[in-house]
Design a protein around this ligand. Structure first.
Ligand code: ZN
Length: 254
């Protein structure tokens, strides 16, 4: 299985061990610095820590940790230039599988400018992007995101994440991949399964988004096992369990 969106920097080795034992081979860890950022070097340090330290920590427990780096909208009150420069380098050296997570949160001018620039970098370097949608004002912010993406990047290079039953109708008409985050207080596995049941398994990626907020490191295996218990077609289950993620992010892990 692949968990396509986690925050490994805020989780313990015990979580990685549980995830591995439950059948997760690979996880993609995304950048988000949960504390105050007074200088862009703090963010750069966070990104380098993910790249160097967290990948090694996860590997110790058997978990293959792939990395997505970028400027999360909640971290956009910085001078972003040094991060942009580093993004080109990480992409060039194939150290990251996507730019992420990026996106919009409060629709500030800074956020929008940094989001657009990162889409441009993705377009220029033919990279994938993982796009965050917020808890509050999800519908309104998603609308803005869906309007901006095709002006900068081919939709097929983007995954719009944290899609739930309230906004699925708005996202399903794009050519983007869609991320279903099964997480306490956000979305139950039953809701994710209802979406898959209605819209098919082709376009969706599953993830836990484990972070320093309420989290379940096993939400992907729990959802996959529930699909099996309910008798869904094995080929379809394989798509959301690992094939879609493997194909989209071009991972050579299986
Ligand atoms: Zn996240």
């Amino acid at each position: 299985m692949i968990d396509t969106h986690i925050h490994a920097d805020s989780r313990s080795g015990e979580d990685f061990k549980e995830m591995y034992l439950a059948g997760i081979n690979t996880a993609i860890t995304c950048s988000f610095y949960p504390y105050k950022i007074e200088h862009e070097m703090i963010l750069l340090n966070h990104l380098n820590r993910i790249l160097e330290l967290d990948t090694a920590r996860a590997n110790e427990y058997g978990l293959d940790l792939k990395v997505a780096l970028g400027i999360h909208p909640a971290n956009s009150n910085i001078n972003p230039e040094i991060i942009f420069e580093n993004l080109y380098e990480w992409i060039e050296t194939k150290q990251i599988v996507a730019i992420g997570e990026i996106g919009l949160e409060d629709l500030t001018e800074n956020e929008i400018a940094i989001f657009k620039k990162q889409l441009d970098i993705a377009d220029e370097t033919k990279s994938k992007v993982i796009i965050h949608t917020p808890r509050k004002n999800k519908k309104e912010v998603l609308k803005e995101i869906i309007e901006i993406i095709p002006q900068h990047l081919d939709e097929s290079q983007a995954v719009i994440d944290h899609i739930n039953p309230h906004v699925i109708e708005d996202a399903v008409n794009t050519d983007c991949m869609l991320g279903l985050t099964v997480q306490p207080q956000k979305m139950e596995k039953e809701d994710a399964i209802a979406i898959l049941d209605e819209y098919g398994f082709e376009r969706f990626l599953l993830n836990s988004d484990i972070s320093n907020k309420a989290s379940d490191p096993l939400s992907v295996p729990k959802t996959v096992r529930e699909l099996e218990r309910l008798g869904y077609d094995k080929n379809n289950i394989n798509k959301v369990s690992h094939e879609n993620g493997e194909k989209f992010f071009r991972l050579n892990t299986f």
